[in-house]
Design a protein around this ligand. Structure first.
Ligand code: ARG
Length: 700
């Protein structure tokens, strides 16, 4: 049973016994306890969507390079380019505060299903969603009052169970170290989501607390956090079939997705998103390659757009490759048979079919708005001014409401400008408008907009028309003109805004969608929400089992499996580990994705591997793979051996199993990890930061 993202808080005896059978040497209490320090106390939510782990008694954190990426880019300038050249603090004074970054420790979990179900009895649709929010608030307020903690109630099994999670958030997080990007993102997007992999995907941070050990906003004299627990680091190395356990925060899976959902995803949603992101990425890359300042400016947003561009493309391919649709259809046929004489469940699948039939014709409109029209930074910012317009035109609205909206927009514009790269954005504006015109059904497009564009700029079949239009928008909008913007802020009026070409464009398309299609989408979501809960309830009755895990939803999970090689296709065999030899095989001097730091090849030739050498391979192991069940959000998660020691950091999934959000494939699914010995080699030998190594508790 490699499949499963288990709640450590509710670890069933059967699951725990299986862990022990596979090699685990720890007690249940050592994994999760609220009374004593346990493994869970060393695991944090890192930033908004990653995992990190505490590895020293002074609050040192390991996470992925791609999780620290935004903070590293933000700390960098063209002169002090830590993203490019790497960085290691030689002492605590050199550590770099990282703005809004925070980490959260899990304090406790509580099952609140009974009070939730009491509040929600008999409700569905909008009423249920509203009541659900109210009930959450009530439970949270009670849970955290007087504590300084934060809390969340999260539905499990699509609302058949509810759990309360209480967190403690620390906000003074400092950058301690990072390898150069050529190591931390070695292989770039070419190697992303693929094995064999040679990426040193790690970075190092530290949690600071007030003198009382409690969370405190950044202050120079805050002190390193004394954690309840930290992970010792094993440098003994891994071998095939070794036990491997991953604690962390998987973001989302939908393992009970229906055949209807898979069809919409593979036929419309995924391909639309991929096509639109493709042009956005090309436009951004062209400018990033030209100018190191633009590279720093766009690096983080480029990386996140690219990551899921490749993911969704691969997901479609692998869903087909593994015939997931057919399997879902078989399961649904079995369900239909079981449900036919049960009124509570008999109509679920036909209701699903009807809901998808009602929404599908408009699905493109949604993706082309969010990923296309609003894929331009300028348009996205312009659309945010719709609140200003509203405040300005509302009859009898208080004057200060408009003034407040304008002041907020003025502030937001500063942030927008710091992220805006005009040459790439102008291309994105032209290309996405054109794609919308060509691909979205004509009767769903805002009336008159494209006719007017044609009258002013020329034939819509001619690419140049779109370029001329985009240039005119860029050149004439007040948003990009400091003097005109200042005048507007000093004297805001709705007409100026409405006549602005960027605002007019953004608001026309947003209003078109919000007015005509968003209500349909909301209805679709409410309906499938109710159906999903009922379907899963039925499935659980049809196939009762003592150990079923809920879908990922960014709550703490533990997954267990083994280090294991695999065969991706006929006659091809993938070993479970990669080495520095392979890094040098891929090395292309000066390449955007496969370059290396200047001293890397020399260090390799000297074979100065120190205590990080893998005896069997006479090399340093860079990455290894396991059978663990993880997904996005687990990035940065500790890979832990049978004794509770850190052996690696999970950072990716493999291409052959990109269908993993919807179905776990035991033969193909692998988690890609950076070996902790490579992490330490990079820190000590490549980075010269022995001070960091000295802080760890090494198990040799
Ligand atoms: N695919 C990884 C994940 O979502 C992120 C990898 C980041 N690296 C990159 N080359 N974009 O977990």
């Amino acid at each position: 049973a490699d499949e499963g993202m288990w709640l450590p808080y509710l670890l069933g005896q059967q699951t725990y016994n299986d862990m022990v059978k596979k090699g685990l040497k720890l007690t249940k209490e050592q994994l999760y306890s609220i009374n004593k320090a346990s493994l869970k106390d060393a695991i944090v939510i890192f930033g908004g969507g990653c995992t990190g782990e505490i590895v020293s008694s002074e609050g040192l954190i390991f996470t992925n390079h791609h999780c620290g990426y935004g903070a590293i880019a933000a700390a960098s300038s063209v002169e002090h380019n830590y993203l490019k050249n790497g960085f290691y603090a030689k002492n605590k004074q050199e550590e770099i505060p990282s703005g809004s970054l925070s980490v959260q420790f899990l304090v406790r979990v509580e099952d609140v299903t009974a009070p939730m179900q009491e509040s929600l009895k008999g409700l569905s649709g909008t009423e249920r969603v509203q009541k659900e929010q109210q009930a959450y608030e009530g439970i949270i307020t009670k849970a955290i009052s007087g504590t300084g903690y934060e809390a969340k109630v999260v539905p499990m099994f699509k609302g058949n169970q509810y759990l309360l999670f209480v967190y403690e958030r620390y906000k003074d997080i400092r950058l301690v170290g990072t390898p150069p990007e050529s190591v931390g993102k070695f292989g770039g997007d070419t190697d992303n989501w693929e094995w064999p992999r040679h990426t040193g995907d790690f970075s190092v941070f530290r949690v600071y607390a007030g003198k009382d050990g409690k969370p405190a906003p950044y202050a120079a004299d805050n002190v390193p956090l004394k954690p309840k627990h930290f992970l010792p680091v094993s440098i003994k190395g891994v071998k095939e079939n070794d036990y491997a356990m991953i604690f962390g925060y998987p973001g989302s899976t939908n393992r009970y997705e229906t055949s209807f959902g898979i069809k919409l995803k593979t036929e419309v949603d995924n391909p639309s998103l991929v096509n639109l992101r493709d042009v956005r990425l090309k436009a951004m890359m062209e400018q990033m390659l030209k100018d190191p300042a633009v590279k720093l400016q766009l690096a983080s947003s480029y990386a996140s757009i690219a990551n899921y561009w490749k993911f969704f493309d691969g997901e479609t391919k692998q869903l087909k490759e593994h015939h997931v649709l057919e399997e879902k259809e078989r399961n649904e046929a079995a369900f239909a048979k079981w449900a036919q004489d049960k009124p509570e469940f008999a109509n679920i699948l036909s209701d699903y079919a009807a809901a998808y039939k009602a929404w599908s014709p408009y699905a493109k409109s949604r993706i082309y708005l969010t990923e296309g029209i609003l894929g331009s930074q300028l348009t996205a910012f312009a659309s945010s001014l719709m609140g200003v317009e509203k405040a300005l035109v509302t009859p009898g609205a208080a004057k200060n409401a408009a003034a407040q909206a304008v002041a907020a927009a003025d502030k937001a514009r500063t942030t927008f400008l710091s992220e805006e790269n005009k040459p790439s954005d102008q291309k994105i504006l032209a290309a996405t408008a054109r794609m919308y015109y060509n691909d979205v059904p004509k009767d769903q497009q805002p009336a008159g907009f494209f006719d007017a564009l044609k009258n002013k700029f020329g034939s819509l079949d001619d690419e140049n028309t779109w370029k001329l239009w985009a240039a005119a928008v860029m050149n004439n909008t007040i948003i990009l003109d400091d003097a005109k913007w200042k005048a507007f802020v000093a004297n805001p009026d709705a007409v100026t805004l409405q006549n602005d070409p960027a605002f007019a464009y953004a608001s026309t398309f947003v209003k078109n969608y919000v007015g005509k299609y968003q209500p349909l989408y909301t209805q679709f979501q409410l309906k499938t929400n109710d159906l999903g809960r009922a379907y899963l309830k039925g499935v659980m009755q049809m196939q009762p089992t003592g150990n079923r895990y809920p879908d990922a939803n960014f709550t703490m999970r533990v997954s267990y499996g083994q280090v294991k090689s695999y065969a991706p296709r006929d006659a091809v065999y993938y070993d479970y580990a990669t080495t520095m030899k392979g890094v040098l095989e891929k090395y292309v001097p000066g390449d955007y994705e496969f370059d290396l730091p200047a001293n890397y090849a020399d260090l390799y030739k000297q074979k100065d591997f120190g205590q990080y050498k893998d005896a069997k391979r006479n090399d340093v192991v860079v990455g290894f793979i396991t059978t663990n069940d993880i997904t996005g959000g687990n990035s940065g998660s500790p890979v832990i051996n049978a004794n509770g020691e850190l052996i690696g950091l999970a950072f990716d999934g493999n291409y052959e199993a990109l269908s993993h959000k919807i179905q776990f494939d035991a033969a193909f699914n692998r988690t890609i990890c950076v070996d902790v010995r490579y992490v330490l080699w990079c820190i000590e030998k490549l980075g010269g930061a022995k001070n960091i190594i000295n802080e760890l508790k090494l198990v040799k």
